[in-house]
Design a binder for this molecule. Structure first.
Ligand code: ADP
Ligand code: MG
Length: 425
């Protein structure tokens, strides 16, 4: 067994903010990161991946549990890690060299030593010749190389990367992934372990030795899957695609609920994914065209969507009873097939029935509109109700979606100017 570098023990996190629901973000996260591993972390958007990474780095304190580095509990920043952010986080007024050297700012090291190390890292990450350039003169890919350089110059045991490729175009990202993998697999960097947050399943299977999957609301580790294919991996290889398939299945699976839990759930106000009715309709049509049933990852590929955009659509189709997932395939239910075949008006009717049945918040809205003698209610009223559950920002987003669905289903109308919802007689 390889040495454990870092361990998370029963990590929990909740943010207690005045305008936010007191929801628990992370719960009971136990993880061991061992020497020699490249571990990827997958999970729905907003599940808490970045929070988890920040807790590992000691940038955010957990509400519960502890982070051990080299067997010792950390307090404050973790000395063994370097972090790469999605947004590059470079200082625009500093050159490439100065930005990289910044990683060594707090090290007790002579200036020449810092310079030597920074130059060697710049060389390694392929930025030779750009030492004096400013971030604005660089392409996105090169900026991210600087971000990676700044983390690597610290020679951290553990390199934490938070969606480092997702702000880059596909080709640039591919190129950077290969370069990083080369540094890693050929031991050109002293890094002992890499933890990569990603929302691309394919990226996880291509790069990592282990994929950890988080649930949402709250995030728990729901899967920890070893990936033992040798590098360089062939994305067409059946073993590769079956792993991709399996991860899709895990990420889209809904927990089987006991009848009591299902009852409990009904009473609870649950967030709906931010998917407009039009997008959902197109999605269902596409599955129908593909023969009612299709491999999830092929579908994501066909739509060129990464998880961030793809999962919410899948989730909506499931929530509303239009589709079901089994073994990594998505298949239309009978209702979904009827919906796909129906006329525009019939579709609205089917949608209306499904939304009313499966979305308690919608039911609340309709009920309130019906109870008012003038059948009108201001948007702000609903926002205030939902704010208690989700916080102000999310409540407003939720209402946007519910209004979109309600209008499509002709459950009610909405006036943008007066911000009033009303039933039409
Ligand atoms: P992910 O990286 O998986 O998309 P995050 O870790 O960024 O998710 O966020 C998880 C949840 O925690 C989100 O609901 C987000 O709104 C909330 N959150 C993140 N940072 C803060 C903060 N500083 N204060 C309050 N809530 C936060
Ligand atoms: Mg994030």
């Amino acid at each position: 067994m390889k040495k454990t570098l870092m361990a998370l023990e029963q990590i929990g996190k909740r943010y207690n903010q005045p305008d936010q629901a007191n929801g628990s973000i992370l719960e009971d996260i136990n993880l061991q990161i061992r020497e020699g591993e490249l571990v990827s972390v997958l999970g729905p958007s907003g599940s808490g991946k970045s929070t988890l990474l920040r807790i590992m780095a000691g940038l955010v304190a957990p509400s519960q549990g502890s982070v051990l580095y080299d067997g010792k509990r950390i307090a404050g920043t973790n000395p063994g890690v370097g972090m790469v952010f999605q947004s590059f986080a470079l200082f625009p007024w500093l050159t490439v060299l100065e930005n990289v050297k910044l990683g060594l700012e707090n090290r007790p090291m002579r200036e020449e030593e810092k310079l030597r190390k920074a130059l060697s890292v710049i060389d390694m990450i392929g930025l030779d010749g750009f030492e004096g350039a400013y971030p604005k003169e660089l392409s996105g890919g090169m900026r991210q190389r600087v971000g990676i350089g700044r983390a690597l110059v610290m020679e951290p045991d553990v390199l934490l990367m938070d969606e480092p490729f997702s702000a880059l175009d596909v080709l640039t990202a591919e190129n950077l992934k290969r370069d990083l993998l080369e540094l890693w697999t050929e031991r050109k960097i002293p890094t002992k372990s890499i933890i990569l947050v990603t929302h691309s399943i394919e990226e996880a299977v291509y790069l990592s030795d282990r994929a950890i999957v988080l649930s949402r609301d709250p995030a728990r580790v729901i899967s920890d899957i070893p990936i033992r294919l040798p590098h360089w991996r062939d994305k067409q290889d059946p073993l590769f695609t079956s792993l991709v398939d399996r991860l899709y299945a895990i990420l889209t699976k809904r927990e089987a609920k006991t009848p009591e839990a299902a009852e409990e759930q009904k009473k609870k106000i649950e967030k709906v994914p931010a998917v407009p009715a039009g997008a959902l309709t197109g999605f269902i049509e596409l599955i129908d065209d593909l023969g009612h049933q299709v491999d999830l990852y092929k579908l994501a590929d066909q739509l060129s969507l990464d998880l961030e955009d793809f999962l919410p659509i899948v989730e909506t189709a499931q929530t509303l009873g239009f589709a079901a997932i089994q073994h990594g395939d998505i298949a239309l239910t009978d209702i979904g097939r009827r919906f796909a075949d129906a006329s525009v008006l019939d579709r609205k009717e089917i949608f209306r029935a499904q939304v009313q049945q499966h979305v308690p918040m919608m039911e609340r809205i309709i009920w309130i509109l019906h109870s008012k003698s003038n059948n009108k209610m201001e948007r702000a009223f609903f926002e205030e109700i939902f704010e208690k559950h989700f916080g102000a920002e999310e409540a407003s987003r939720q209402l946007d979606i519910l209004i979109d669905w309600g209008r499509y289903a002709e459950l009610f109308t909405y006036n943008e100017q007066t911000r009033v919802l009303f039933l039409e007689s």
